[in-house]
Design a protein around this ligand. Sequence first.
Ligand SMILES: Cc1cc2nc3c(=O)[nH]c(=O)nc-3n(C[C@H](O)[C@H](O)[C@H](O)COP(=O)(O)OP(=O)(O)OC[C@H]3O[C@@H](n4cnc5c(N)ncnc54)[C@H](O)[C@@H]3O)c2cc1C
Length: 580
Amino acid sequence: MASTTRAMMRLPVSSIGLPAAARRSLATSSQSGTPFLTRSQLSSRITSNKSQFQQTFRRTYADVAPAKKPKRFRFFRYAWRLTYLSAIAGTAYLAYGVYELRHPDDQFLPDPTKKNLVILGTGWGAVSLLKKLDTENYNVIVISPRNYFLFTPLLPSCTTGTVEHRSIMEPIRSITRHKKAAVKFYEAEATKIDAERKVISIDDISDVKGASSKTDVPYDMLVVSVGAENATFGIPGVKEHSCFLKEIGDAQQIRKKIMDCVETATFKDQSPEEVERLLHMVVVGGGPTGVEFAGELQDFIDQDIKKWIPEIADKFKVTLIEALPNVLPMFSKQLIEYTESTFKEEKITIKTKTAVKKVTEKTVEAEATGPDGKKFTEVMPYGLLVWATGNAVRPVVKDLMSSIPAQKDSRRGLAVNEYLVVQGAKDIWATGDCAVAGYAPTAQVASQEGAFLARLFNTMAKSEAIENQIHELSSELNLKPGVDAAAVAREIEAHEKQLRRIKDIKPFHYTHQGSLAYIGSERAVADVSWMNGNFATGGGLTYLFWRSAYLSMCFSTRNRVLVVVDWLKSKAFGRDVSRE
Ligand SMILES: Cc1cc2nc3c(=O)[nH]c(=O)nc-3n(C[C@H](O)[C@H](O)[C@H](O)COP(=O)(O)OP(=O)(O)OC[C@H]3O[C@@H](n4cnc5c(N)ncnc54)[C@H](O)[C@@H]3O)c2cc1C
């Protein structure tokens, strides 16, 4: 019957005449093997065929104009289609990213006739310059004691094992190998920059040293992007007793020390005072790094350590010390209040208007200002002390500054002009935390500066090539017989026009995209630039935004995949509490 209906659907209604349909019904029944029928059988068969026919007819009619299906599930159907199409596209994109990463193209060899462009550092400024630079225009040499790029925004997550350290490192060799023209890399520290002779002294500070471990590298153009070191403000004991949070080694040391404090606190016959001291974790610095670390630490304690070592669960204490009246000074007032109230819920003590004066092996001595404005000294015993305050100028930068008279009044780093040229120096540019360009020392600023310099250098190389062409054309003009001088003059004019367009590069301008910080308990705060204003938000959804923003900012597909896997791993199995 179904096939009959489908066959009828294909025919126009007018071609299915009623007698014809009835005839076909009867013929079919006679073929079915009943040769003779009684009168009553025949009449009942005809009646049944008639009603069958009427049904068929009705259904055919209904098939031609079917009743509309309810639209209820249409949205889900489309959503499902969109989801699986996005999943296929995402997988293809990921596979392509991995393939590209694993199969770099052959590179051009360095051309000795081109200029030596030396880049000091493998941080945010240097790597963003390298990423956008057309390396075929220069002989590029990168020098840094670190042979990887470090994604610093996720460094606080490494201290507790939420993210593994290798997931946020990208080997510089992989970055340089993916450039069109080969880039040299020397794993060494620049110890001196001679701006007069245009030479840099470098020193291999790694454990393994060859016969050559100190040498000089000449440059035609130099980019100083060595970042900054930790500021201790000359406070006694800070360098000796506290952990910093700037490099991978620092995060690993903190991770080890947290578990060392925990295991030592549970040692046989430990006195209650000593347990209290060992489990008091102090963070100095209420900027994003200090706040994020305190949040991550409290999560680790609440979600993992307390589970495995319940006997000391109520002994943990995290204190955040800040000299200013509030934490996260770059965020809006409402987000500062939100952070402070979240910390209160998480039982993290915030001590604002408290300046550390001295650090010993077991205590932090600070000068605090009470609500009445009176100053008093507070001594806090601690097990772990993390120092996350400001930046200080690196010795190599200090030395360069002292050799340039124009830099004598600059205190926080190399003062640069609007094109990031080091003031008072020739052919030296600076980016990031070691440069003073009027912006905060952040990864956002450093990477925008690096990208700007790449555009500038690409433009300089292009305009130099055009200038050479113009020079060649104009020096031969009217000298060779049979050359169309008017055509050559037109060509020169076209080149000059192109040159003017290329040379019209605007000074560096920083675009602030916003500030983000994780504050623990799967909550984050964000001050995001939106249209011409600001959009301030905090909470669980902001935490998802924080995660997706950082994931999209990771250097490579490899980093992104590893970070996601780490997040899933720590969610499913908890963070690892073993001490390496
Ligand atoms: C824990 C943490 C979290 C952060 N989170 C954020 C964030 O969320 N958002 C944000 O915008 N900013 C953040 N920052 C700040 C940001 O990381 C820095 O502003 C940024 O790294 C500066 O970039 P840079 O290139 O100047 O220096 P760096 O990235 O520090 O790189 C300096 C490079 O120079 C190399 N170097 C050092 N000395 C020498 C030498 N003598 N010779 C040659 N090379 C040398 C170093 O090995 C390194 O490769 C964070 C910083 C930290 C520490």
